[in-house]
Ligand binder design. Structure first.
Ligand code: UN1
Length: 499
């Protein structure tokens, strides 16, 4: 589909797409597709105060009813799946199947959140005092700021928004400047769900603000935004996290990853190769869960590298809209430069590079690259640094302890995996002495997590958890209540204080 067709399918009007100051380019061909109006920084106080007003009424709507809105959003997303997937392709450069996959991830989290809306359970806790009852209740928090990155321009918003909404919180979304159109399209889809839902959804339950760092800064520093979820680089998180904490807000951070796979001697190598290729070159290496480090047992390293070099040689690179393409463009030329400079550094550190060059033939413009496989003599500084591009560093190990040490010896802690058929190795990898990451898989690559699990990681990945499991607790405040239904007033810990 041509860019204009994709935009008109989602009912973008000409006036919406022109006359503004934010130029949106498609990474597919570098073409300018829109000039969007930006939210003035001076508007942010009003945006936040409208969100506060929406909170006052949304928190009183029963949670299962709030879930109904998210159910309708899931329905609208099902209806818009192809169109929104195509827009993800247009704006982020993902291949068609991954664009659709991202929308599916949104649908899945909506389904999850609908069920959750009837399961925001607290606890009852045994009181040490007679005639007393102790319990724990979860309450809505207030406006939730969501700052998202270009690489999952819509799914990450939905993980946050679906949970925030059933938990009783309005959302203010600041998408990446590189992918604002997908955010505006989601807002249109959300508005359709609201129109079907009825009057008990307040105005401004979901607001999208368009612009750069200053817009984000307004959310980060406002005391009226108690939850701030931010996805992006560790550098960004290092600024955002402390600022949110300093004003006693709750940051939910999902930052850099430097994800590894250990390939043990017993691994099913055919399966490992498929998992490696998908997770290292899928999304052109631009997932925070992309595979960046391969730690291979010495005895199988040459065999595995040979298989990978062969597989890498035949990967279809090109227009992400074309059938059969597996590697689309990088988001922009800066990413291409960052990749080339990482490869030059790795070479200087003793690495030997297979592939990795720019691809200019048979592509429609944009920043296309061949994925790189880099055999490294050890875990150098460059290997420890996340580069958002399809570079896979290969290192070898002799015993599992050494492999786990290498896996853990990076500043980031998002995702990790081991390929082995040896149960002792697999369980050790998952144990307290194993991977230090938020995600640890066996015989599965590090990327492509399902929404049912809590998503996020440790160390410089930021410690936040989003999406499944009990990540919803990050969007609510916990209240412990003790009720005395006796006629006495005993004090806890047996304290006597008679007056
Ligand atoms: C991201 O790259 O920011 O696990 C999110 C995955 C996807 C989400 C990635 N479900 O790869």
């Amino acid at each position: 589909m041509e860019h204009a067709q994709v935009l008109s399918a989602l009912r973008f009007g000409d006036s919406e797409l022109s006359g503004g100051t934010l130029t949106v380019r498609s990474p597919i061909d570098g073409a300018d597709v829109a000039k969007l109006a930006e939210t003035p920084v001076s508007e942010m106080a009003a945006v936040i105060s409208r969100s506060k007003a929406a909170f006052k009424s949304w928190r009183t709507v029963p949670a299962p009813r709030r879930g109904e809105l998210v159910r309708l959003l899931g329905e609208e997303l099902r209806a818009a799946k192809e169109d929104l997937g195509a827009l993800v392709t247009l704006e982020a450069g993902k291949i068609t199947s991954e664009g659709l996959g991202e929308v599916q991830e949104m649908i899945d989290i909506c389904d999850f959140a609908v069920g959750l809306s009837r399961q925001l359970y607290g606890l009852t806790i045994a009181s040490e005092r007679p005639g007393h009852k102790m319990s724990e209740t979860w309450h809505p928090m207030g406006p939730c700021g969501v700052i998202t990155a270009f690489n999952f321009p819509v799914a990450v918003w939905s993980w946050n928004a679906a949970l925030a909404l059933v938990c009783g919180n309005p959302v203010i979304w600041k998408p990446s400047e590189k992918t604002p159109l997908t955010a505006l399209a989601c807002k249109k889809i959300f508005d359709k769900a609201v129109a079907r839902f009825g009057d008990d959804a307040p105005e401004d339950l979901m607001q999208v603000v368009i612009g750069g760092a200053q817009i984000g800064e307004a959310l980060v520093t406002s005391k009226d935004v108690p939850i701030l979820s931010a996805t992006g680089s560790t550098r960004m998180g290092g600024i955002v996290g402390p600022k949110v904490s300093a004003r006693w807000g709750r940051p939910i951070l999902e930052l850099g990853g430097n994800n590894a796979m250990i390939v043990a001697p017993s691994a099913d190598l055919e399966m490992a190769v498929r998992a490696i290729v998908f997770s290292a070159v899928g999304t052109a290496g631009q997932r925070c869960t992309s595979l960046r480090r391969l730690i291979v047992h010495k005895s199988i390293k040459d065999e595995l590298v040979a298989k990978l070099v062969k597989a890498y040689g035949s990967l279809p690179i090109g227009d992400p809209r074309s059938d059969g393409t597996l590697i689309g463009p990088l988001i922009d030329l800066r990413s291409l430069d960052a990749m080339q400079s990482a490869l030059a550094k790795a070479t200087a550190e003793g690495g030997s590079v297979h592939g990795g060059g720019q691809v200019t033939d048979g592509v429609p413009g944009g920043a296309y690259v061949a994925p790189a496989l880099v055999e490294m003599p050890g875990q150098t500084e460059t290997v420890k640094t996340e580069t958002f591009a399809p570079i896979l560093y290969v290192m070898e190990y002799e015993d599992l302890e050494e492999a786990i040490d290498l896996q853990n010896d990076v500043p980031q802690g998002l995702s990790s995996c081991i390929f082995t058929l040896n149960m002792r190795e697999a369980e050790t990898f998952l144990s307290a002495t194993g991977s230090d990451c938020g995600i640890a898989n066996v015989n599965i690559g590090p990327s492509g997590a399902e929404i049912g699990g809590a998503f996020g990681g440790e160390k410089e990945t930021g410690g936040g958890r989003e999406s499944g499991s009990d990540a919803w607790k990050g969007y609510m405040r916990r209240q412990t209540s003790t009720v005395n239904y006796s006629a006495e007033l005993p004090l806890a810990q047996g304290v006597k204080f008679d007056i």
